[in-house]
Ligand binder design. Sequence first.
Ligand SMILES: Nc1nc2c(ncn2[C@@H]2O[C@H](COP(=O)(O)OP(=O)(O)OP(=O)(O)O)[C@@H](O)[C@H]2O)c(=O)[nH]1
Ligand SMILES: [Mg+2]
Length: 195
Amino acid sequence: MESNDSERPGGPIPSAIKILVAGGFGAGKTTLVGAVSEIAPLSTEEVMTEASVGVDDLAGVEQKETTTVALDFGRITISDQLVLYLFGTPGQQRFWFMWEELAQGALGAVVLADTRRLDTCFPAVDFFERQGVPFVVAVNCFDGAYRYTEQEVTEALTLDERVPVLLCDARSRASAKEVLESLVRHVATALAAPV
Ligand SMILES: Nc1nc2c(ncn2[C@@H]2O[C@H](COP(=O)(O)OP(=O)(O)OP(=O)(O)O)[C@@H](O)[C@H]2O)c(=O)[nH]1
Ligand SMILES: [Mg+2]
């Protein structure tokens, strides 16, 4: 018997896609995944101890007490047809070797930029450009930090003009959802017209 998805009780099964949330150390990746996830987010936070002094670059984020050592995981339903599985990457350089593995099968990425230390997202931008994974840059506007315009960020990071840049607040579900919706549109455009 032929099965028809749209006749399934509860409607069609949504497509699930994998999205990475990357960026520099302390940019707010774990915060964003936690703010937007509709399931209790999985996180792998460890307390930073004195052993990390001289290893982890805490300049600009001196208040930070924990750090992601493996990944963050969350889920968000965008529509009846689309569910995103979010994988937050660890930001510290000593864990970058995991990015390649986490990127397997990812259709898109959010590069979270820190307004206090914009340069720390360069490696993530570089990584996705090299992997050919479409990404958006979301600038997490920390309180009291300089407010860049989208154009300034595009220029500072020498981004392709087509890469969407958004200002966001990683603590806000609505703001984080907007970032992800923008990414979904960008991925759809990139899939329709690959460069
Ligand atoms: N004021 C402010 N604080 C924020 C914002 N986003 C995150 N934070 C705080 O900044 C700190 C670091 O955030 P995390 O989400 O742990 O950063 P991360 O990018 O996951 O860090 P790593 O995994 O260690 O690379 C936390 O204490 C957050 O509460 C923001 O938009 N504004
Ligand atoms: Mg984290």
